[in-house]
Design a binder for this molecule. Structure first.
Ligand code: C2E
Ligand code: CA
Ligand code: CA
Length: 805
C-alpha cells in the first residue's frame, strides 16, 4: 500500500525544504564571502608584515648609516685609519657596532686592504668589495646586500675622507635566524631569507648550482628544504598560496635592497592559521544554520499542528455529524480563517440539527393540528408500558397503569359537508387544543386521522381514565365559536388500560378503538354512554362480526337465508290475517345466528341493500304462493335506514310485485323511528314514493326512538307498532299499560292503526283489546314459523274463526 502522507507532513516538508534551501544557499554564500574576506585579510596581513619588515630593514640600514657617519666624522678614528692603527680602529669599530647592535663592522684602507673586521682577521679584501667600494665613492654612503663568509649581510659602506679619501668603513647586520625570529615576533609571520643567485655575480660561488638558496629563517629543516625547492617559482611581491609538504601556505616575498646580491625575505602564513577563523566562523555559521533549521522545523510543526488540528477536528466533527451525533461542537480557537471555518461548521451543524428536528417533527406530527401521529403514539405507549411494568404489578398503584383513550368525534363529517373543509379544519384545531389542555403536559395527544384522536395517559388507571374521558367530553361540548358559527362537539371515547386490557401497545390501541366503536354502535340508544372501557370478549366479538360480515354476503347470494313468518291479527276483524317476514340465517358451522346480530352487521357493511331485496323478493313470492292457495295474507317486511336512502327501492318493489302479480296492498314495510331520523328529508321523500306505489307503511319499535310528534305527523304512514318492550309485561306493569294506552290514543288521533308486538299472554291481549289496540302479534298467536307451518296455522285459524261464528 503506498504511504499516504498527511497534510501536516506535506506542509512541514515543504516549509522545511524551503527554509533549508534558503539557509543552505545563504550558508554557502556566506562561507564563500567569509573565505574571501579571510583570504583578503590574510593577504593584507602578509602585505602589512612585508611593509613592516621592509621598514624595519630600512630603519636598521638608516641606523647603520647614522652610526657609520659618526665613525667617519670622528677625528680620532680618521687619525687611526690614516695611520693604520689597527688596534684603535678595531676598538672604535667594535664600540660603534655594539652601540647599534650591528653584526659586523669593518674598515678598509685606501689600498683596498681590510684593516679591521669585527668577525674576522684583517687581511685581503674579499673580491665582491671592489664594485661596492666604487659605488660608495660615487654615491657617498650606500647600503647593499653582500655575502661574507657565507653569511648574507645588509651592509652600509661609506668612504672616509680627510679630506681626501683615506679608506672605507662598513657596518652591517646579518640576515640570520636571530633576525628572522625578531621579525617573526614583530609580524607574527614565519620568515625565511633567500638569495636568488640566478643572474647574480655569485653564480659560480661555492654554494654551487643555480636557483634559490636558503639563508636563514624561522622554519624547521624539512620545511626549509621544501621551501627552497619551490622558491623562485612565485616571485611576484604579491601574496600567493603554495603547497609545502602537502600543506597549503600563503606567502609573500619581499626583495631586500636592490644593490648587490638579490636577496629576498619570504613571509609566510600556514593556510591552517589563515583559515582557522574561517573554519571557526563557518562552523559557528553551520550551527546557526542548523539551529535556524531546527527552529524552522519546530515553528512549521507548531503552525502546521495548529492548522491541521482544526482541520482534523473539523473532519472528526463531520464524521460525527454524519453519524447523527450533534452533541459536540468544534472549538473556535483563533479569529483567523480557520476560526471562521470552525464557526461556519458549528453554524452548519446547528442548521442541520434544526432541519433534522423539523423533518423528524413533520414526520411525527400532524400538519394541521400539530399533534403527534400514530407512530409517536406507539412509541410513547411502549415507553409508558415499560415504565409501568418496571414498577411491578400493583392494582392499587396508579403508576403501574397506562390508559389509552380512543376518541372519535360525532357528526364531524356533517360539519365538513355543511360548512366546508376550512371550517372543519378550524374546528379540528380547536378540538386538538382542548384535548391538550384537558390532559397533563406529559401525556401524549395524538391525531390518528380525520376526526379520530388518541390519548396515552401514563400512570392512569381505569377509574381515573373514565373521569378524564368525562371531563374531556365536557370540555368538547362547551360551545365553540367560529365567527358567526357555534359548534358543540360530541364524541365517543373508548378506553383500554394496561395491564388489565392488554399487555402490548398494539393490543391496547386496538382495544381502545374497539371500545370506542362499541360506544358508537350503541349511539342510537339515548341511554348509551359516550364512554366505554374495553370489556373482555369484545375483541373476539369483533372478530366474529368481521368474519360474519364476510360470510353473510355469501349467504345472501347463495341461498343461505330463509324466511320465517309470524302471524299478525286484527282484534276487531278475526278474518284479517297478516304476517311479518323475519329473516333467518343458519350458518354452516356456527349454526343459528339471530337477526339481532347479523342485521346490524349487514347495515354497517352495506349488505343490507341486497339482504332487503332478497327478503322482499322471497316475501312477495310467498304472498303470490299463498294467493295461489286462496289465502290473502298481508305481509310485513322490515326495511332499514339505508334502504330508505336507496333510490332504487321503490322501482325494485314495483317490478317484483308486478313480476309475481301481487298487489301493493298486500305488502307492508316496517321502518324504525331512528331509520327515518337519519336523513329526514330524503327518508320522507322515499317513504312518499313507496306509499305512492300503494304500499302500507308502519313505524316499527315505536317508543324506543326519539322522534318528535311534529315529525311523526309529517310521516306518510298507516301504522304504529308499539315496541315489544312495552308489551311483554303489559299484564304486570301499570307503567307499560299507561304508555301503551297513550300510544294507542296518539296513533288513533293521528289516524293510524296501532299494532302491539310481543303479545305473549291472553291477559295482555285482553288489556290491548280494552285499550282499543287494532292489531296484535306475538308468541300468544305463534312464533315465527316456516312458510308451510304458517300456511297450516292460517288454515287452522280460519277454521277456528268459522267455528266461533
Ligand atoms: P322486529 O322487527 O321487532 O321483529 C319482531 C321480533 O320480535 C322478532 O324477532 C320476533 O321473533 C320477536 N317476537 C315476536 N313475538 C314475540 C313475543 O311474543 N315475545 C318475544 N320475546 N319476542 C317476540 P326476530 O325474528 O329475532 O327479529 C329481530 C329483529 O331483527 C327484528 O325485530 C327486526 O328488527 C330484525 N329483522 C328480522 N328480520 C328482518 C328482515 O328481514 N329485514 C330487516 N331489515 N330486519 C329484520
Ligand atoms: Ca318488525
Ligand atoms: Ca319490532
Amino acid at each position: 500500500m503506498p504511504m499516504r502522507m498527511s497534510y501536516l507532513a506535506k506542509l512541514i516538508l515543504v516549509a522545511i525544504t524551503l527554509i533549508a534551501t534558503v539557509q543552505f544557499v545563504t550558508y554557502i554564500a556566506a562561507r564563500r564571502a567569509l573565505l574571501d574576506a579571510t583570504v583578503q585579510s590574510a593577504h593584507s596581513a602578509l602585505r602589512v608584515g612585508a611593509d613592516v619588515f621592509a621598514q624595519s630593514m630600512t630603519a636598521q640600514a638608516d641606523q647603520l648609516k647614522g652610526s657609520v657617519s659618526v665613525l667617519v666624522n670622528d677625528f680620532g678614528f680618521r687619525e687611526a685609519l690614516a695611520t693604520r692603527d689597527a688596534g684603535t680602529i678595531d676598538s672604535a669599530l667594535r664600540n660603534q657596532a655594539d652601540r647599534v647592535a650591528a653584526d659586523r663592522a669593518l674598515a678598509i684602507g685606501n689600498d683596498f686592504m681590510l684593516l679591521a673586521d669585527t668577525n674576522a682577521k684583517a687581511g685581503a679584501l674579499p673580491p665582491q668589495f671592489f664594485e661596492l667600494l666604487k659605488a660608495a665613492d660615487r654615491d657617498g654612503s650606500i647600503a647593499t646586500n653582500i655575502v661574507l663568509d657565507d653569511v648574507p649581510y645588509i651592509l652600509v659602506v661609506t668612504p672616509v675622507r680627510s679630506p681626501t679619501r683615506i679608506g672605507w668603513v662598513g657596518m652591517g647586520f646579518a640576515l640570520d635566524n636571530t633576525l628572522a625570529e625578531k621579525i617573526k615576533q614583530l609580524t607574527r609571520l614565519d620568515v625565511a631569507f633567500f638569495s636568488d643567485q640566478q643572474g647574480s655575480q655569485q653564480k659560480d660561488s661555492e654554494q654551487g648550482g643555480g636557483g634559490s638558496h636558503y639563508i636563514a629563517g624561522t622554519f624547521s629543516a624539512v620545511e626549509t628544504t621544501a621551501l627552497a625547492a619551490t622558491f623562485g617559482e612565485h616571485l611576484s611581491g604579491q601574496p600567493h598560496e603554495i603547497t609545502l609538504n602537502d600543506q597549503r601556505v600563503m606567502q609573500i616575498d619581499v626583495p631586500l635592497t636592490r644593490r648587490g646580491v638579490p636577496l629576498y625575505a619570504v613571509l609566510q602564513l600556514p593556510m591552517e592559521t589563515v583559515l582557522e577563523p574561517y573554519y571557526r566562523l563557518s562552523q559557528q555559521m553551520w550551527w546557526l544554520v542548523m539551529a535556524g533549521l531546527l527552529f524552522a522545523i519546530a515553528a512549521a510543526v507548531l503552525v502546521g499542528r495548529r492548522l491541521t488540528q482544526t482541520v482534523r477536528e473539523l473532519a472528526g466533527a463531520a464524521v460525527r455529524v454524519s453519524s447523527g451525533d450533534y452533541s459536540a461542537r468544534v472549538a473556535v480557537r483563533t479569529r483567523d480563517e480557520l476560526g471562521e471555518l470552525a464557526h461556519a461548521f458549528n453554524r452548519m451543524q446547528d442548521a442541520v440539527v434544526e432541519r433534522e428536528q423539523r423533518i423528524v417533527h413533520q414526520g411525527e406530527h400532524d400538519a394541521l393540528t400539530g399533534l403527534a401521529n400514530r407512530s409517536v403514539a406507539r412509541r410513547e405507549l411502549i415507553a409508558a408500558i415499560n415504565a409501568a411494568e418496571a414498577l411491578g404489578k400493583d392494582p392499587l398503584d396508579k403508576n403501574t397503569h397506562v390508559a389509552v383513550l380512543a376518541i372519535d368525534l360525532n357528526h364531524f363529517k356533517s360539519i365538513n359537508d355543511a360548512f366546508g373543509h376550512g371550517i372543519g379544519d378550524r374546528v379540528l384545531c380547536h378540538v386538538a387544543e382542548r384535548m391538550q389542555t384537558a390532559v397533563k403536559h406529559s401525556d401524549t395527544v395524538v391525531r390518528l386521522g380525520n376526526d379520530e384522536f388518541l390519548l396515552v395517559l401514563a400512570g392512569v388507571d381505569s377509574a381515573l381514565a373514565l373521569g378524564i374521558a368525562q371531563r374531556l367530553l365536557g370540555d368538547l361540548a362547551k360551545a365553540l365559536h367560529l365567527g358567526e358559527l357555534h359548534f358543540s362537539i360530541d364524541a365517543h371515547v373508548g378506553i383500554a388500560v394496561f395491564p388489565d386490557d392488554g399487555a402490548s401497545a398494539e393490543v391496547l390501541m386496538r382495544r381502545a378503538d374497539i371500545a370506542m366503536a362499541r360506544c358508537k354502535q350503541d349511539s342510537a340508544n339515548p341511554l348509551a354512554t359516550r364512554v366505554a372501557r374495553y370489556q373482555n370478549g369484545w375483541e373476539e366479538a369483533r372478530m366474529r362480526r368481521l368474519s360474519l360480515v364476510h360470510e353473510l354476503r355469501d349467504a345472501i347470494a347463495n341461498g343461505g337465508l330463509h324466511l320465517r313468518f309470524q302471524p299478525k291479527l286484527k282484534l276487531s276483524a278475526p278474518e284479517y290475517i297478516g304476517g311479518e317476514a323475519l329473516v333467518r340465517w343458519v350458518h354452516p358451522t356456527l349454526g343459528f345466528i339471530g337477526p339481532d346480530e347479523f342485521i346490524p352487521l349487514a347495515e354497517s357493511s352495506g349488505h343490507i341493500v341486497e339482504l332487503t331485496r332478497w327478503v322482499l323478493n322471497a316475501g312477495i313470492q310467498q304472498i303470490a304462493a299463498w294467493a295461489q292457495l286462496g289465502l290473502a295474507i298481508k305481509l310485513s317486511v322490515n326495511i332499514s335506514a339505508l334502504d330508505l336512502l336507496n333510490d332504487d327501492l321503490p322501482a325494485y318493489i314495483a317490478r317484483t310485485l308486478h313480476l309475481h302479480g301481487v298487489s301493493a296492498q298486500s305488502l307492508c314495510l316496517e321502518l324504525t323511528e331512528s331509520s327515518v331520523m337519519h336523513e329526514v328529508q330524503r327518508s320522507l321523500m322515499s317513504m312518499q314514493r313507496l306509499r305512492d306505489l300503494g304500499l302500507r307503511l308502519s313505524i316499527d319499535d315505536f317508543g324506543t326512538g326519539q322522534s318528535s310528534l311534529a315529525l311523526l305527523k309529517k310521516l306518510p304512514i298507516d301504522e304504529l307498532k308499539i315496541d315489544k318492550s312495552f308489551v311483554l309485561k303489559l299484564d304486570q306493569s301499570e307503567d307499560d299499560r299507561v304508555i301503551v294506552h297513550s300510544t294507542i290514543e296518539l296513533g288513533h288521533n293521528m289516524g293510524l292503526e296501532v299494532v302491539a308486538e310481543g303479545v305473549e299472554t291472553e291477559a295482555s291481549r285482553v288489556i290491548l283489546r280494552e285499550l282499543g289496540c287494532d292489531m296484535v302479534q306475538g308468541f300468544l298467536l305463534a312464533k315465527p314459523l316456516p312458510a308451510a307451518e304458517f300456511t297450516q296455522w292460517v288454515i287452522d285459524h280460519r277454521q277456528r274463526v268459522m267455528e266461533e261464528n
